[in-house]
Design a protein around this ligand. Structure first.
Ligand SMILES: [Zn+2]
Ligand SMILES: [Zn+2]
Length: 757
């Protein structure tokens, strides 16, 4: 029996004898581990790092993680408290995940307990036993269901049932009820209704090694690979036994997912597992269905939409090796794997891989570290790789692999720069763009307008006195949402009813300035009254299932004019769209951040990638007041690789990342003096030891006040990464000591920041 029995009557410091010391990471914002004595009656030789330990912490009990068993403590043994119980027979965390967590803690200089909190399912942190779940049943369509589907009359009055049945027909291996939730609203009730009719059935995967595969369906043969795909697969397959990072640069529609699937199949054939990371928004039901259809066995899916129990179950299935493939968003980079064989990061440039609060890690970068620690290949895929990754390929740290052609032929849509200077504009749209929209719509085709600003107008303005709808808590304007009749701050979430008169002068002449998606939709309803419009942004898709309904309408051609923010730009394909209009690119061209142009280029190509397919070539039109912007020109005329080379040359000249390494110390407080005061102290501490470093600031953040707090930062930059980290090691320890003196300041360190505010 390895479990040590809790000894609740233990008094602090009762164990006077010398014995092993347990070094434990306790979830807390403190930048250190805590020493404890083993629980009473515990055989210390059975203790292993990665086990959970219940410990007294302040006046509470907490679940901590055993980091190491040491001989000595810096603390007087008489003052050490005794741990209460060991919760696991075996380490809950595999050695490699423990190593990754510790590496991440050192690199990002973040409290270890909080790193554990990010890496582990919440139930495990609460002390839940790590029991492998019974597998949830798989739902699949029956042959009666198949015939019901072909008989259109039967399902005419049950569109939800048809949608779900349709979906199940495409999942030859069946689908778990969890994966059906995004497909239709109230999927559980719909499933019951379908089951009662005998159109679907639930089957239990008895032996996970031999999953149930529907015999009624013949799965489609995998598509034939084009030469570029085949070459990529051969190259990566030859490196399955060692660490190597591959940067897979493939234009939209070039069949990257098929490459992933083939590589995963090769890994599974060797009895290993695959971990695939995608941006939150890229984890669509279509992608899940495609993985399920092609890959055997249960799939562990980890994303933010799961409840705690589901997350724990998926985590345990991955750890046991029952799930051969783990598909997840950012934090899945810490998923435990019994026999890891490959790590794949799809859309590796996506900003959502970087956590922007608390423990600010980058999941793509950690995937590379993990691959190195495990000695397995890492594939980073994107149509528009991050410049950091491109530079790593240029310097031969990563091997560059290209998929230059769309599957099934067809050229990429041409991109046209439309100079709108001095042009008469109708609700933000120029006449040439409106003309093109008319002709494409007249041909019964679809048009997509991209505008990355939701709401009706970004500001409400008094024509009489110049008052603007300022947020009372932020240095930002409140956006007018006309349909809800509210002003909403997109930064702190505060909202209030729309003012009828100016709060300063009482004038009724209040005007909406600028354009959001809601305004564009309203205007286009008048301009194209006979065309169905789909607006896709965070407001119109808030209700569960509403996005799917809109997508189905677009797919069936009921709505042919699409307006959307970046939700529309990612993950979805609209084969009938032949014209893409990018309404306003100028914001991105001259943003405050040196990464603005990179993001602009990625977004343009992503939106462009939604258009057309082989049989119907599309065109992309960009409206701009800066038609001669050099990087925009290169992007449009020569494509992304040329853009990346030019943008990297600019970065090199300006000594920006990846040619320098940065860390950002942020501070915020209700009192602006306090935040700046803390940063000035931090700078004074830094100066004597900042060899090889540049200290920039402190300076107020670009948006100085947000949600009622003043924000400022100090930027640290070094030409060599090791200089930066050697410095941070010493500096952060001193800052933690400093912190005690001013509790009103909230501060955080961001290593390799991707946003400078
Ligand atoms: Zn006024
Ligand atoms: Zn606000």
């Amino acid at each position: 029996m390895k479990v040590c029995v809790p000894a609740c009557s233990v008094v602090d410091g009762c164990a006077a004898g010398s014995g092993p010391i347990l070094r434990i990471a306790v979830p807390s914002p403190l930048y250190k581990t805590f020493d404890y004595l083993p629980p009473l009656g515990c055989d210390p030789t059975l203790l292993q790092p990665g086990m959970r330990v219940r410990v007294p912490f302040g006046r509470q009990n907490r679940v901590g993680f055993l980091i190491e068993v040491g001989g000595e403590s810096e603390i007087n043994p008489a003052a050490l408290r005794q741990a209460l119980a060991i919760l696991d027979y075996d380490p809950i965390l595999p050695v490699d995940v423990l190593a990754l967590i510790q590496w991440a803690q050192r690199y990002y200089h973040h409290p270890l307990g909080e790193v554990f909190a990010t890496a582990l399912p919440v139930l495990l942190r609460q002390g839940e036993p790590a029991l492998l779940p019974t597998l949830s049943p798989l739902w699949r369509i029956t042959s009666a269901g198949q015939s019901a589907l072909t008989d259109t009359a039967t399902l005419r009055r049950a569109p939800t049932q048809r949608l779900l049945l349709d979906h199940l027909a495409s999942c030859s291996g069946g689908a778990e009820s969890e994966d059906l939730r995004p497909v239709v609203r109230n999927s559980a009730a719909t499933l019951r209704a379908l089951r009662d009719k005998g159109w679907v059935e639930a089957v239990t995967p008895v032996d996970p090694a031999h999953p149930v595969v529907s015999s009624a369906l013949v799965s489609l043969p995998p598509p034939v690979l084009n030469p570029a795909q085949a070459e990529v697969i051969t190259t990566v397959s030859a490196a399955l036994d060692r660490f190597q990072v591959f940067l897979l640069e493939g234009v939209t529609g070039s069949g990257k997912t098929e490459v992933y699937l083939r590589l995963i199949e090769a890994v599974l054939a060797r009895g290993r597992q695959a971990l695939v990371l995608t941006p939150e928004i890229g984890l669509t039901p279509q992608l899940l269905a495609r993985f399920r259809e092609r890959l055997p066995g249960p799939l562990a899916v980890l994303h933010s939409g799961l409840n705690d129990r589901e997350r724990l179950n998926a985590w345990l299935l991955a750890r046991a090796g029952t799930a051969k493939v783990v598909l997840g968003t950012r934090s899945a980079v810490f998923a435990p794997l019994r026999a890891p064989g490959i790590l794949i990061v799809d859309e590796e440039h996506d900003a959502s891989f970087k956590q922007q609060q608390g423990f600010r890690y980058h999941a793509r970068d950690l995937a590379v570290i993990r691959g190195h620690q495990l000695g397995i290949p890492v594939v980073l895929g994107s149509a528009t790789p991050a410049l950091e990754s491109v530079q790593n390929a240029h310097s031969d740290r990563y091997q560059l692999l290209r998929l230059p052609d769309r599957v099934g032929g067809g050229a990429e849509p041409p991109i046209l720069i439309l100079d709108v200077r001095r042009q008469p504009m109708t609700e933000g749209l120029s006449q040439p763009l409106l003309e093109r929209m008319r002709s494409h719509l007249a041909r019964d085709e679809q048009v997509l307008l991209f505008l990355n600003r939701r709401g009706f107008a970004p500001v409400l303005f008094c024509h009489e006195c110049g008052w603007m709808s300022q947020c009372p808590h932020c240095d930002a304007r409140m956006t007018l949402h006309l349909r809800q009749r509210r002003l909403v701050c997109h930064h702190c979430g505060d909202s209030r009813p729309v003012d009828r008169t100016c709060p300063i002068c009482g004038s009724v002449d209040l005007r909406a300035v600028g354009h959001g998606t809601e305004r564009l939709e309203t205007a286009l309803h008048q301009e194209f009254s006979s065309v169905g419009i789909a607006r896709i942004d965070r407001d119109s898709t808030r209700r569960r299932g509403s996005l799917e309904t809109l997508l189905a309408d677009i797919h069936h051609g009921d709505r042919r004019l699409l307006i959307g923010t970046q939700i529309l730009a990612k993950g979805h394909h609209f084969p009938k769209v032949t014209l893409v209009g990018i309404v306003d690119v100028d914001q991105g061209l001259y943003g405050v951040d040196f990464r603005s142009s990179e993001r602009m280029a990625q977004l343009i190509l992503q939106v462009a990638g939604r258009a057309g397919r082989a049989e119907k070539p599309g065109i992309v039109v960009i409206q701009t007041h800066h038609p001669d912007h050099p990087l925009l020109r290169i992007l449009v005329s020569e494509g992304y690789p040329a853009f990346a080379t030019a943008a990297l040359a600019e970065r090199r000249a300006a000594l920006f990342p990846p040619f320098a390494h940065q860390a950002l110390l942020r501070a915020e407080a209700v009192d602006p003096e306090r935040a700046m005061g803390f940063l000035h102290t931090a700078r004074r501490l830094a100066e004597p030891m900042a060899e090889g470093l540049e200290l920039l600031g402190p300076a107020p953040a670009p948006m100085e006040r947000r949600a009622g707090r003043y924000r400022a930062h100090l930027l640290l930059q070094a030409a060599r990464r090791q200089d930066l980290h050697r410095f941070l090691n010493r500096w952060i320890a001193q800052l933690w000591a400093q912190q005690v003196t001013d509790r009103t300041v909230r501060w955080s360190l961001d290593v390799d920041p991707i946003e400078l505010y």
